[in-house]
Design a protein around this ligand. Structure first.
Ligand code: SF4
Length: 325
């Protein structure tokens, strides 16, 4: 690990000033960034330890919940408002990592965690996400776990967050702050497709900090469920996952949201495909038609094509669970 400065601000203003320094990065739980520093994948000039900032609260409003960026994954998963009114968030958080990591990891860090692509984490392989313009070893290498949606010739790495998938289905908004002020961005606009710049992963600007996540507490949110398929029962990233929230009224779908994990280079949602379900019974044929539209643009390799039927099955199960919640 390369030497770095450690800055411990006491206030948000101090933190934003420190984050404006060249090469500065925010750190809280350190469960991803510090690992990557040990692997020499990340080498920030300074770490800004933001744990003292007042971003640890979950605030329940009349029709929204705002979760501070420093809320621990385990705390959000156990929060009664989250459990009862947006259960997919709780289920997604509890499906990730281990109990110890969930206690240390924060919501903001969860959204910003980086891919688990093995080539990204091994500094001696070509990886344009780690080293812009250097190529993509996964394209011709081991890619059974890689993405089938949102890929480009420059990167096919899966986004690893479970939380982001649940938040995407629930139309969450990310709150950001920098020395230039505050802004809010829908989670669906927060993540960037790799295109030919896979190293640019989010809309987060230099010197900017995620301060909170806001989730509307709608009727479908109460029915939301998160289903995760993976190679082992715990402490494993998704092979495919689905966050589903559906409201069925008078025998037909009134509202529906379906987000996918483990299959996209970003947390994935297709609102045009969802619209095909609205006004129709939630039946096997209508769900299959949705899957056809959703997966029409999928690009597979011989090694990861298995994800398509796996995903179809997961979508059926997640929708059935949500509809009966
Ligand atoms: Fe790097 Fe992306 Fe290729 Fe993996 S898939 S080697 S992260 S460029």
């Amino acid at each position: 690990m390369r030497p770095f400065d450690l800055i411990r601000p006491e206030s948000l203003d101090e933190a934003l000033k420190a984050l404006a320094l060249p090469g500065a990065r925010a750190v809280a739980g350190g469960t991803n960034l510090v690992d990557l520093m040990k692997l020499s994948v990340e080498a920030p000039a300074a770490l800004v330890d933001i744990r003292r900032l007042p971003l640890h609260e979950i605030s329940l409003g009349a029709d929204t919940v705002v979760m501070g960026a420093l809320v621990a994954n385990s705390a959000a998963a156990a929060d009664p408002a989250i459990v009862l009114q947006a259960p997919a968030i709780s289920e997604a958080l509890l499906s990730g990592a281990s109990g110890q990591i969930r206690n240390a990891a924060t919501l903001g860090g969860n959204l910003l965690q980086r891919t688990r692509c093995g080539y990204f984490r091994a500094a001696d392989w070509a990886c344009g996400k780690r080293e812009p313009g250097s190529g993509c070893a996964a394209a011709t290498g081991i890619n059974a776990g890689h993405a089938v949606l949102g890929t480009s010739p420059h990167c096919m790495a899966v986004h690893p967050s479970d939380l982001a998938v649940a938040l995407l289905a629930l139309d969450a908004t990310v709150h950001l702050r920098s020395r230039d002020g505050a802004r809010r961005i829908p989670l669906g606009d927060f993540y960037r497709l790799p295109a030919d710049t896979p190293h640019i992963e989010t809309a987060l600007a230099s010197g900017e900090l995620v301060t909170a996540i806001e989730v509307p507490l709608t009727a479908p949110a109460k029915t939301s469920r998160y289903l995760k398929l993976r190679g082992r029962a715990s402490y494993e990233f998704a092979t495919a996952s689905v966050a589903a929230a559906v409201l069925v009224e008078h025998g037909v779908v009134a509202e529906v949201a379906i987000a996918l994990g483990g299959v996209g280079t970003v947390p994935w949602r297709d609102r045009a495909a969802e619209a095909q379900l609205v006004g129709r019974p939630l039946s096997a044929p209508s769900i299959e038609a949705f899957c056809d539209a959703l997966l029409a643009g999928a690009v597979t390799t011989p090694a990861n094509a298995y994800k398509l039927p796996l995903l179809r099955g997961a979508i059926h199960r997640a929708l059935e669970r949500s509809a009966t919640s």
